[in-house]
Write a protein that binds this ligand. Sequence first.
Ligand SMILES: C[S@@+](CC[C@H](N)C(=O)[O-])C[C@H]1O[C@@H](n2cnc3c(N)ncnc32)[C@H](O)[C@@H]1O
Length: 281
Amino acid sequence: MAGMGNLAVACLFLSFNVFYISDKDDQDPGDVEGSMLGLQSYWDASYLEDLANFQEHGHTGEIWFGADVMDTVAVWTKSLCNIIEGKIPSGQDNIKSEVNENLFSNYPVLDVGTGNGLLLQALAKQGFTDLTGTDYSKGAVELARNLAARDGFSSINFLVDDVLETKLDRKFKIITDKGTLDAIGLHPDGRAKRMVYWESVSNLVEPGGIVVITSCNHTKDELLHEVEDFTKRKFGKENVDEGARDASEIFRYIDHVRTYPTIMFGGIEGSQVCTVAFQRV
Ligand SMILES: C[S@@+](CC[C@H](N)C(=O)[O-])C[C@H]1O[C@@H](n2cnc3c(N)ncnc32)[C@H](O)[C@@H]1O
């Protein structure tokens, strides 16, 4: 299992204020234009290559942000289930307590932009059983299905679906996103598309359910501001001023992962990755 310290920084797009970290060490950081990751054509080509590598060598493809982050997200997401059950009031920093598996195992979970689907396998190992992964790239879905079948997780459901124009007609208790909002933000119309993303996710998650976002492109505070901005746009600025805010809240910040290693960059200390949880009000 790769530790964060061992990870090669595959892409470092400073012009987009992005650290892209993966476990691939054969790419030159300057090789890829940052905005390419916002285009479906980039992902389609990338997963075709990953599929060929899987078929020839059994490779899984990228684990975005590394295996340690993936495992942390899976364990941490499970720990949040007490909040869904209303056992611990939101906002209280006490979510590491034991979770009764009978409570959460059948919670419907959706991983948007699932890629190779390995995060869902990690969630299955934590005891989740109702797992769906979507990606707009057919190659990703094929790769994820192949890997799940090979690894004994064929009950995970994988579908081709664009989260910005979703065809899904059910709601989920938990939505996870590892690197997908980052990729969407790198599209030339990234700002607008990120707002569409929040609208879509707000419709896909059940009231009281949670959204767990892992990003290397935005800090926790930037994600909080973005959610506030989304709320203001949705309800109109005047209704979301002080005092009226609670009534028009869509997502409530719950907590973020506090255990990621920090680095110094440009004299500022920060994490390369953040994972933030919001509860749908
Ligand atoms: C950085 S990769 C992360 C993949 C996976 N979540 C992981 O952690 O390994 C971003 C993923 O988002 C997918 N994606 C980007 N925009 C999407 C959209 N609008 N709808 C669905 N999937 C999307 C890409 O195809 C790609 O698989």
